[in-house]
Design a protein around this ligand. Sequence first.
Ligand code: SF4
Length: 322
Amino acid sequence: MAGVGEIHLRRDETPVLSVRNLVVQHRLRRRSFVEAVSGVSFDVLHGETLALVGESGSGKSSTARAVIQLPPPTGGEVALFGRELQGVSPEELRQLRRKLQIIVQDPVGALNPLKRVRQLAAEGLEVWSDRDPEKVDAMLTAVGLDPEIYAARRRRELSGGQCQRLCIARALLIGPEMLICDEPVSALDVSIQAQIVELLRELQGSMGLSMLFISHDLRIVKSIASRVLVLYMGRVCEVGDADALYSSPTHPYTKLLIEAVEGGAIEADPGEIPSALEPPSGCRFRTRCPAADARCVAEVPQLRQVGDDHFVACHHFPDEAR
Ligand code: SF4
């Protein structure tokens, strides 16, 4: 029998990244822990961008870290490029990780302040012959950093957006097949965010990359994601084709996120996420959901299909006899 999160998986091709029933627990004290991710499953197919969306504490970043085995998940399976990661040797894991590069939230902190732009861009290249200045400069140009102007600069002479462009160039020079972008624009000025997202979208398309794009902001995700997976307190609420999810959001939590960015009337309680130490029974969203009832307290909602490539974990939406 399919468990939570299993039924929406695509089976028509080998995914670039396949995650099954992922569980991530963080140990607090000797005998206590919080479960940051509870049975999450998804695939990322070749050339697509899957966005993981949710508020702080939803489990997005814990999921991303578990994918790269830093640290390995508490439970579940992760397969990268068709290779199951559990039990893989450190050397093979290192080789696999080169095909999967990460763009982090803090580009400034990711750059050595003593090095110059051209050195920083080439930092990840292990083979010296690959550090061909022409190749490096071509990538700097591709991300919008004219080498004639920027190659000799240091970090302090770049803006936050330029630092992120440099981090993107450094990651792409390694030749990845997939990028994990973990809140890549949340530390940047709003005016710069759209430019960086557009750059990532263009590069993803031209280089045929697959992408896992993590964000708390559905507005940012809208222009780049082909599919969206909404997480709340470590569980999948809704997953589907981005257009379907934006045009017909179904889970009350997805509606809340969309209403929050569009400034419409908010039906659900926009208040706090409950403590992860004592997650609500049944549906974890029930303490904020205006439609919660006794069934929501007692039963964990399972994902069910509501449209082509559109799945929702809710007892009552779309309408189901109560
Ligand atoms: S299962 Fe119940 S509490 Fe959870 S989102 Fe649906 S209606 Fe709300």
